[in-house]
Ligand binder design. Structure first.
Ligand code: ZN
Ligand code: FE
Length: 276
C-alpha cells in the first residue's frame, strides 16, 4: 500500500473556509475503509491536536510532512476506529488524551475527562465540548466557533446520522437539535465517508427534494474522482439530510406519519435506515 498522504480542504461539498484572523489549519486524513482523522494546527501558537486517530502511523506521517508537534488527542467516542492510535501516539509524541468523562474506562490512555460546557484552548481559539450521546453513551463533539468547525464523530454524517449502539433515539435527536442551533455556515467534519450510501436512503424517503438531487450529482462526481465529500455544512445538511428534516411534508407522506412529532419521525427514519 502506498504511504497515506494528508490532504487539504480545497474540495468537498463546501468550499474551504477563510477568515481574516483564521490561524487554524485543518488536515483531513482518510484511513481504514472510510474513516477520517483530522489534524487541527494553530499557526499562531504552533499547537496541534488530532481528532479521532484510528491509527497512529498516518498521523505521524502528516505531522512530519508539516513539521508539526502533537499536543493533544481529542476523542469523540471510544470505538476502536476513533481511538486505535491513542496509545502509540501518546508514547511517540508525549501528547495528552482528552475524552468524555462518561467513558474514562473505555478510552485508551485518557488523561483529561471532559463533558458539556467544558472548553479546551488551542492557542487563542476555544474548543467547546458538546455532549451528544446516542451513537455511544459517552459521545462528545468538538466545536470551534472561530473556525466555524464542528467535529462530530459518528453523530451526524452528510445526509445521514450515526447508528444507535448505546443511546436512544431521543438522545440522538437531542444531539442533532443541538447541532442545528449552530450557525448555518458551520462546517461539519464527520468521521466517516458514508455520503454516497446515505444519499440513496435520503432519496428513498424524499425523492423530489431538488437540493438532494443536485447534491447527489455532485457527490457522484466527487466520489468518481476519489475525492472526499466531507466536510459538509449545516446549511447543506438542513436542506438534504432526512434526519434533520422531520418537518418535510414529503418525508411525512413517505412514512405515512403526517403530523407526527419530530422525534417520532426521526425514530422511524433511523429504524428504516438500519434495514435499508
Ligand atoms: Zn463509532
Ligand atoms: Fe466510527
Amino acid at each position: 500500500m502506498p504511504p497515506l498522504k494528508c490532504v487539504g480542504t480545497d474540495f468537498r461539498l463546501s468550499p474551504a473556509q477563510t477568515s481574516n484572523n483564521m490561524t487554524l489549519k485543518i488536515q483531513q486524513i482518510p484511513v481504514l475503509q472510510d474513516n477520517y482523522i483530522y489534524l487541527i494546527h494553530d499557526t499562531a501558537s504552533t499547537e496541534t491536536v488530532v481528532v479521532d486517530p484510528a491509527l497512529a502511523e498516518p498521523v505521524l506521517t502528516c505531522l512530519n510532512e508539516n513539521g508539526w508537534q502533537l499536543s493533544r488527542i481529542l476523542n469523540t467516542h471510544h470505538h476502536a476506529d476513533h481511538t486505535g492510535g491513542n496509545l502509540a501516539l501518546k508514547q511517540t509524541t508525549g501528547c495528552q488524551v482528552i475524552g468524555s468523562a462518561t467513558d474514562t474506562a473505555r478510552i485508551p490512555g485518557i488523561d483529561i475527562a471532559c463533558g458539556e460546557g467544558d472548553n479546551i484552548k488551542l492557542g487563542q481559539h476555544t474548543i467547546q465540548i458538546l455532549d451528544c450521546a446516542g451513537h455511544t453513551s459517552g459521545h462528545i463533539a468538538f466545536y470551534i466557533a472561530t473556525a466555524n468547525a464542528l467535529f462530530c464523530g459518528d453523530t451526524l454524517f452528510a445526509m445521514g446520522c450515526g447508528r444507535l449502539f448505546e443511546g436512544t433515539a431521543a438522545q440522538m435527536w437531542q444531539a442533532l437539535k443541538k447541532f442545528t442551533a449552530l450557525p448555518l455556515q458551520t462546517q461539519i467534519y464527520c468521521a466517516h465517508e458514508y455520503t454516497a450510501a446515505n444519499a440513496q436512503f435520503a432519496l428513498s424517503v424524499e425523492p423530489s427534494n431538488q437540493d438532494l438531487l443536485k447534491t447527489i450529482t455532485h457527490v457522484e462526481q466527487l466520489r468518481a474522482a476519489q475525492q472526499a465529500t466531507v466536510p459538509t455544512t449545516l446549511a447543506q445538511e438542513l436542506a438534504t439530510n432526512p434526519f434533520l428534516r422531520p418537518n418535510s411534508p414529503e418525508i411525512q407522506t413517505t412514512l405515512n406519519m403526517q403530523g407526527a412529532s419530530e422525534l417520532a419521525i426521526f425514530t422511524e427514519l433511523r429504524k428504516r435506515k438500519n434495514n435499508f
